[in-house]
Design a protein around this ligand. Structure first.
Ligand code: ZN
Length: 316
């Protein structure tokens, strides 16, 4: 049996979070506007998700972890999003987030951008995920719709997931333009929450669009590292970094502070409609960047298959 731990997160009102983020983000962006809105219809472009919203029984799952990828890969660590939905007590959940593909299915390593309406009763899963891998021919990024190649909902090694019933509802809209500080969009939001809520962890997920500018994105190579990855320097020389252009549709998962579950506190993967996608680090165009995001606070945090031996390498 997979080990599943459950934790009740602190759930502030949307209005209260609006105030906290408005204050926190203005230290990092020139123009900031945060408010409560009805979730836009996410079946529409640029999202094209299989469900309309990110509301209803919101929860976060941190599955596996970086220690299964490094110093040495553990290829037997594979999971299934339909099973995860049951383990977080929300079968049929709509799941967004950031993870790694199952290398036994895909035939190599790659970034997974999970966007899945998991199976429920007799309805099969709708897998709208993307995967970003390194092309064997030119070493560039190859972004593909997962369902064009594979029929399953597997993933490998690690994932940070935001799950909900996928319903319409009230969400927090965040607009932030022109970066004046050093933090990326999600770090800035997470740190604002941590500063305000301290040891009461707040978790959030959703989606945001980098509407203008460019961003620093990494994609893991198809081949796992042959030597051990022991330091952040080892990891960064193994990863492939790109500057990718907007619009990038990003799926963030964040928890303001770790209540003791060896969490990855923030993790964001993105896709686009022009072939770019991967793991978001930050924008590279502070003068022109424009962010537009929709978030909801999660009620519960689930820690699934937490590694027994851990370290803090490769968590950026
Ligand atoms: Zn990642």
């Amino acid at each position: 049996m997979t080990r599943v731990e459950k934790f009740a997160l602190h759930i502030p009102s949307l209005e209260e979070i609006v105030g906290v983020l408005q204050n926190g983000l203005k230290e990092n962006y020139a123009d900031v506007q945060v408010c409560v809105v009805d979730c836009p219809d996410l079946t529409q472009k640029p999202f094209s998700f299989p469900v309309k919203g990110i509301c209803g029984k919101p929860r976060i799952a941190d599955v596996g972890g970086v220690p299964y990828l490094m110093p040495r890969v553990q290829k037997d660590k594979v999971y299934d999003l339909n099973s995860v939905a049951k383990e977080i007590q929300l079968p049929g959940a709509f799941v967004l987030g950031a993870g790694a593909v199952s290398s036994r299915i895909v035939g190599g390593n790659a970034e997974l951008i999970p966007i899945v309406h998991t199976q429920h009763d007799s309805k099969p899963a709708i897998n709208g995920s993307y995967m970003a891998r390194i092309s064997d021919t030119d070493g560039g990024c190859l972004l593909e719709k997962y369902s064009t190649k594979h029929q399953d909902c597997e993933f490998g090694l690690l994932a940070n997931l935001y799950a909900s019933e996928g319903r319409p509802g009230k969400v927090i809209e965040v607009k932030a333009n022109r970066r004046t500080g050093e933090q990326n969009f999600i770090s800035c939001i997470r740190k604002a929450l941590e500063k305000h809520y301290g040891d009461k962890p707040v978790g959030m997920g959703g989606t945001f669009v980098i509407q203008k500018g460019k961003a620093k994105i990494h994609v893991m190579p198809s081949e796992f590292s042959t030597g051990p990855l022991n330091t952040d320097e080892d990891v960064n020389s193994w990863l492939k970094f790109f500057e990718m252009k907007a619009p990038l549709i990003c799926q963030p998962v964040l928890v303001s502070r770790d209540p003791g579950f060896d969490l990855r506190l923030e993790h964001t993967h993105c896709f686009s409609h022009h072939g770019d996608g991967g793991h978001y680090h930050t924008d590279t165009t502070p003068e022109t960047v424009e962010y537009l995001g929709y978030f909801t606070p999660a009620e519960y945090l689930f820690r699934i298959d937490r590694p027994k031996e851990t370290h803090m390498v490769g968590r950026d």
